[in-house]
Design a protein around this ligand. Sequence first.
Ligand code: ITT
Length: 195
Amino acid sequence: MKLVLATSNKGKVREIKAMCEDFEVVPYTELIDEFEIIEDADTFKENALLKAHAVFNALRDDSVIVLADDSGISVEVLDGAPGIYSARYGGEDATDKDNLNTLMKNIKKTGVVSSPAFYTAAMAIVTKDIHRTVHGWMYGTALTEAQGEGGFGYDPMFIPLGFDKTLGELDDETKRKLSHRSKALSLVRKILKTL
Ligand code: ITT
């Protein structure tokens, strides 16, 4: 089965490919030119659907299965921020590093060195006949100092529950076993089986 990913985030592509070795996984940017998708919905779920529909329509191929991932980190001491705004937390053209530094700085400003936090991944599957969404979560602690270089995005500042190292220090295999993305993907698989 071929899955077209509605993402241009290389970290997501790498992780989804590693978790779906039994599928042919192709980022949409290998099939058509990358284009901007305005993610202006209020929830992870609606933004995931928006991305999946945009790519499905752009591909002009009724036989494709499109998978989108909208995700982010929510920090308790910041009342759930950045949440759906995770990709642009450090500004319009922010890099992953800018976002990471902004989040650590803003947690520090509240006077703490760490805070409970969680990642959310909403995934949308769109075909010519269906559009479905699922969610996965990963709980843990957000730090004010980055540790390690592994993973992507906010991983160097996030310690998953039950561990004493950040996702920047833990190996890819460990993240794969417990991540929000892998939990959502296990539900995606159940839906794909019904197609
Ligand atoms: P697409 O919309 O093209 O998929 P994006 O990077 O803009 O790519 P999102 O809008 O879903 O994706 O934003 C997700 C943000 O949350 C982004 O800054 C990621 O780096 C971060 N993020 C999501 N999952 C993550 C993970 O597993 N580890 C670290 N950071 C993550």
